[in-house]
Design a protein around this ligand. Structure first.
Ligand code: NAD
Length: 458
């Protein structure tokens, strides 16, 4: 385990600060304290646990600007998008606070002469959240807030690419009144995550790549801990011949390039019906030409730097592979010659499923657009992936869109929208996009387990 983490400004490549990592003994100490504190936290009433969470939301609103700027130095998100993430995080906290009562409610499922059978949801115990950096506030709050509201203690390892935001989030929870031992940030990279998996926890909630998810699931199995994996995707959108090509192009380009394409549900592949393909592609390229790339602190910036330098090589390799196999690069195609992690927004046509660009997660500002002939071909191509997070269809005809989407194995289905997450709906993956869910009522219940009470009065 390394002793420190360097915080590198993705926009300039400058080293901003060093953060001291927790060592193995530190990890054990934090986990022991969480385990000892959890029963007392679970014994509080729901309103006693809810009060500090509501204060946390208020503090988040009050400190939004400073937190947005911190997020930029972590991972380069443009200021307007950083503010939006923080604002929407407050709304998510509100959803959890409103709905947790129902998730914890006792249910009498049977009564007969003197006997009651009652289900009582209760906390799992101490849970671990290994987090990602692309939406550090969303991803952490999706786990931490419902876990805490339902009476769990939480060990939280922010991503090494968003540690400052992770530390700020936990500091805010403490300031709001959540006891220090009940929620703790643990600082470090993969080795620290492994050390945390050696601790006896009852739940492991992971957000990250498929490759790491496999290791996390294997480690958690040793403890028989409940596991949830929110992994990557290769999310397709199909634009039918009855869609408005200009409107669909603007929406799909935003779905592909928002947050610099670094969203788990970013549009990663586009299929467009041959009849409207020329108009759609022209409008798509025009939309991309209108995206302002630059200083993430600038109010008008839409595209900032990539969070991780290593992803520049992934993008470069995917574009080289696409070119070698006949792909035509209409825009971008290379990193920008300046310090920091900059890649030009890239649009490739004449693509097919022999190319990495259409098969492997890109997680950056590059998209392939493939022209297809009918719904059957679109459906087959959309489902030709090992992932299953989201898929979208643009069409005037709901029944047609639902027919295509219904045939796909994804956790979310979008009609005339994309790259969208709602706190009210369960967020889940299929196949290599993982299992389990956060958000929605199901995403609160994920942090509870049912106890069966057999109550006989005589
Ligand atoms: P990653 O797999 O590199 O890291 C995720 C977390 O796991 C980090 O905190 C990291 O330090 C930790 N980790 C790494 N190795 C570990 C190990 N051996 N044991 C324990 N922990 C370990 O992923 P990332 O680059 O942070 O995130 C990007 C990926 O996350 C993309 O694939 C993206 O699609 C996915 N993602 C999915 C969702 C979703 O909801 N499905 C949301 C956000 C991101």
């Amino acid at each position: 385990m390394s002793a420190s983490l360097a915080v590198i400004d993705p926009a300039t490549g400058a080293s901003l600060r060093e953060l001291r990592c927790d060592d193995a003994a530190g990890v054990e100490r934090i986990a022991d304290a969480a385990r000892a504190a959890q029963p007392g936290w679970a014994a509080l009433t729901l309103s006693e646990r809810g009060a500090p969470i509501a204060r946390f939301a208020a503090l988040l609103t009050e400190r939004r600007e400073a937190l947005a700027r911190l997020l930029i130095t972590d991972m380069g998100k443009p200021i307007a998008q950083a503010r939006r993430e923080l604002e929407a995080t407050v709304a998510r906290v509100g959803f959890f606070c409103e709905h947790v009562g129902a998730a914890l409610a006792e249910r009498v499922v049977h009564r007969e002469s003197g006997l009651r059978e009652v289900v009582v949801p209760e906390a799992l115990g101490t849970v671990l959240h290994l987090s990602a950096w692309n939406y550090p506030w969303f991803v952490a709050v999706n786990t931490l807030v419902p876990a805490l509201l339902t009476g769990n203690a939480v060990l939280y390892k922010p991503s090494e690419h968003a540690t400052q935001s992770g530390l700020a989030l936990v500091a805010l929870l403490h300031e709001a009144g959540v006891p220090r031992a009940v929620v703790a940030a643990v600082i470090g990279a993969g080795a620290t995550g492994q050390a945390l998996l050696d601790q006896p926890v009852q739940g492991v909630f992971f957000t990250g790549s498929h490759a790491t998810g496999l290791k996390v699931a294997a480690a958690a199995a040793r403890r028989l801990a409940r596991v949830q994996l929110e992994l990557g995707g290769k999310d397709p959108v199909y634009v039918c011949d009855d869609a408005d090509p200009a409107a669909a192009a603007a929406a799909v380009a935003d779905g592909a390039f928002y947050n610099n394409g670094q969203s788990c549900c970013a549009v990663e592949r586009v299929y467009v019906h041959r009849r409207i393909a020329p108009a759609f592609i022209d409008a798509f390229v025009a939309t991309v030409d209108g995206f302002r790339l630059g200083d993430p602190l600038d109010e008008g910036t839409y595209l900032g730097p990539l969070a991780r330098a290593a992803q520049l090589d992934v993008l470069t390799a995917q574009i080289a592979d696409a070119r070698a196999k006949g792909g035509r690069v209409l825009r971008g195609g290379a990193r920008l010659d300046r310090p920091g992690n900059w890649f030009a927004p890239t649009v490739v046509v004449d693509v097919d499923h022999g190319m990495e660009l259409m098969r492997e997660e890109t997680f950056g500002p590059a998209i392939g657009i493939m022209v297809i002939d009918d719904d059957a071909q679109a459906t087959a191509l959309m489902d030709d992936t090992r992932y299953g997070l989201t898929a979208g269809v643009y069409s005037r005809d709901e029944a047609r869109a639902r027919r295509v989407l219904g045939a796909l194995r994804t956790g979310s289905a979008y009609w005339n929208c994309c790259d969208r997450v709602s706190p009210r709906l369960p967020w889940s993956g299929r196949r290599d996009s993982g299992f389990g869910c956060t958000l929605g009522d199901e995403g609160i219940a994920a942090f509870t387990q049912p106890r069966a009470w057999h109550l006989r009065s005589s």
